[in-house]
Ligand binder design. Sequence first.
Ligand code: SAH
Length: 494
Amino acid sequence: MFLTISTTGDEQHPATDLGFLLHKHPDRAFSANLSYGTAHVLYPEADALRCTAALLLEVDAVALVRKGKGKGRGGAPDAALAQYVNDRPYAASSLLAVALSSVFSSAMKGVCRARPERAAQPLPLHVEIPALPARGGPMLVRRLFEPLGWAVTAEPVALDAEFPEWGDSRYVRLALDSEALTLAEALRHLYVLLPVLDDAKHYWVASDEVDKLLRAGEGWLPGHPEQKLITSRYLSRRWSLTREAMERLELVRLAEADDSEVEDIDNAVEAETETEEKPTPLAVLRRDAIIEALHASGAARVLDLGCGQGQLVQALLKDARFTEIVGVDVSMRALTIASRRLKLDRMGERQASRVKLFQGSLAYTDKRLKGYDAAVLSEVVEHLDLPRLPALEYAVFGAARPRTVLVTTPNVEYNVRWESLPAGHVRHGDHRFEWTREEFRTWARAVAERHGYDVEFVPVGPDDPEVGPPTQMAVFEMGATVRKNVDVKEAKAA
Ligand code: SAH
């Protein structure tokens, strides 16, 4: 299993800079043990005019089967080459993709201290993969790579060259050429699209694969005409993960449309008329419903508990009625993305004084959550194991005690209306449960009763006569008598 990457250059910009960009020296063969074999990087040619790096993967079939540890350091590169020639046809390219990301991880991120300017610039690139398993054949290969700016040559490989009447194998010989891409972009295309073409991952696809896909797909996957096929195959057709990824890609697309609105009014108008024809995503309807309920409650200082990647915080910031907005999440990664989305580091002092993000768990009482007008828990409760729910209840309704609490959660009855959701599946891989309207109401009424709140229920999204709305929202308001007592207590304390 191998692939080559070549570039051309001149005396001023030597092609051998490829070695710096890949962080692998052209004069030294490099080997790395991976859990299922050994990866080698070598340079069949390396001069100022032309430089080619080859990534060779020597698969250890036993390790692959046992998923055991890598074997000891492999032999000389030429021994590896010999083994490749004899290699059996399980050239699963998800293995090659994993090898790419482990051997060229810095290059994939576009990091290059020695030649930063070249890492950021498009290069003349030529990629070759002599035997790529490609379900969907040369046609699909073109549909995947051409929209990304590659000139594609994909030839089917005959099952046996001596017997053409046997027809083609499922392999293609692939050659890609481009002068418009950076090396990092090229590697990220390969990292995602090789396993997509192979369509059979050698490992169990867990929910962190969504993050990997979105990271590698940044800048090119949102808006790719085959986005759906890429996402679903990359995630081994796991429906809940695919849906999560598609929703997040849609948010990226919306966020990008948002940005262009600021930069270029003409584009924004165009984007707007475009989105008008599509149904509004549920996530947007949910945010609108939450903001409306916050307005109705008159809240100015708001907690977004389990704020995730900060979409609601961002929307609240645009509304001057909200003078203080605090996003809390247990996931540092989500908070990092949120702070990037909000551009916290570039925000003016006045805006910055209105917003705060911090890490915290809702399963514990937290003094920092006291004294706010309202708290939002948007699509959060279903991420906690049921036995942890009383802890969250106490932390929010018992200890923090804002006057208004909004809780949204999926209505499981509506799931039969999602065409592509297999019966009995939850909507998101991390959902510990999904409630019927009755179950949610029973829980919410008991919570209200225990902590002195009144509760009402608001449908979010189309309210189906049989199964109800896709999202259900409970609006808790602290009862009038309780509120008075709180005011008296606060006055005394002051
Ligand atoms: N409120 C956002 C995100 C919902 S996803 C939205 O509506 O889009 C659920 C979020 O809850 C995730 O970001 C997860 O990290 C967070 N979460 C899960 N358990 C939590 C806990 N115990 N404490 C705080 N946040 C939690």
